[in-house]
Design a protein around this ligand. Structure first.
Ligand code: 6GU
Length: 227
C-alpha cells in the first residue's frame, strides 16, 4: 500500500519510522511519504491560511497549495481522506475497507479547516472520505491521520506478525470488548491471577473469558450490546 500525507507539521509523522509500521516500511509492504504543504506555496511567508469569507473566528486553509500538491500526488485509484470532526465516525469496518486500497492520501487540515472547494473539486476526480475519530475536538488532522494509518496498516497482510492476534480483539468478530489478560508471575503485590486460567480446562477458560467480555461491554460500552 502507498500512503501519502500532506501536512504543515511533517514532524508529527516521524514516529512512523518505529514499531510495526516502521518494519512494514523497511520490508516494502508499506510506502509512506510525508509532504510539507508549505512546499507548494509561492510567497515569501509560505502562507497556507487566510480569514474566512462571511466572518467568524479563526483561519481557513487556502485552496491553491492544496490544489497544487494534490494534483501532483493523487492517482486515479487513490482514496483522499480528510480528517475532520465533521466527518463520518472512524471504525474497524472502515479500517478493513481502507486496508483493501492501493493508495491512501491524507489531507491534514489545521485551524478551522480547509476551503470547502478542495473537497468539492477532488470529489469529482477520486473517492473522498471525511473521517472523524470521535466526538471531541483536536487541533488538526495529524493525530487523527496517525490513528487511521495505524488501524489500517496493521490489517495489511504481513504487517502484524501473527494474524491470529487480529481476530480476538475488541471491535472484531463478536462485537464485544476484549477479555482481560494475565501473565507471570501468578502473584503480584498480593493480587492473584484468576484461578480458572491456571486450570488447564480450555472450555471453562473460554466460557469465563466470554463472561468477562459481556461484563466489560455492559460496564463500559452498553451501546455495543444494544446493537
Ligand atoms: Cl479527524 N479532526 C479534528 N480536528 N478533531 C477531531 C477529529 C478530527 N476527530 C475527532 N476530533
Amino acid at each position: 500500500m502507498r500512503v501519502d500525507i500532506v501536512t504543515i507539521f511533517p514532524a508529527f509523522f516521524d514516529v512512523l519510522d518505529v514499531s510495526l509500521i516502521g518494519k512494514a516500511r523497511d520490508r516494502g509492504i508499506l510506502e509512506l511519504n510525508v509532504h510539507d504543504l508549505r512546499d507548494w506555496t509561492h510567497d515569501r511567508h509560505r502562507t497556507v491560511d487566510d480569514t474566512p469569507y462571511g466572518g467568524g473566528a479563526g483561519m481557513v486553509m487556502k485552496p491553491e497549495p492544496w490544489g497544487e500538491v494534490l494534483d501532483e500526488i493523487l492517482t486515479d485509484d487513490a482514496v483522499l481522506i480528510v480528517p475532520s470532526p465533521a466527518g463520518e465516525r472512524f471504525s474497524q469496518p472502515l479500517a478493513r475497507e481502507l486496508a483493501e486500497e492501493q493508495h491512501l492520501v491524507f489531507a491534514c487540515g489545521r485551524y478551522e479547516g480547509i476551503d470547502q472547494r478542495v473537497v468539492d473539486y477532488y470529489s469529482g476526480r477520486v473517492r473522498v472520505r471525511l473521517v472523524s475519530l470521535g466526538d471531541y475536538v483536536l487541533n488538526g488532522g495529524e493525530v487523527a491521520a496517525m490513528a487511521v494509518i495505524e488501524a489500517v496498516s496493521r490489517l495489511i497482510p504481513g504487517v502484524v506478525g501473527n494474524p491470529d492476534s487480529l481476530v480476538e480483539e475488541s471491535h472484531e468478530g463478536d462485537g464485544l470488548l476484549e477479555y482481560p489478560s494475565y501473565t507471570k508471575p501468578a502473584f503480584w503485590r498480593d493480587l492473584a491471577v484468576p484461578e480458572i486460567l491456571l486450570s488447564g480446562n480450555h472450555a471453562a477458560i473460554a466460557a469465563w473469558r466470554h463472561d468477562q467480555q459481556l461484563e466489560r461491554t455492559r460496564a463500559h460500552r452498553p451501546d455495543l450490546l444494544a446493537e
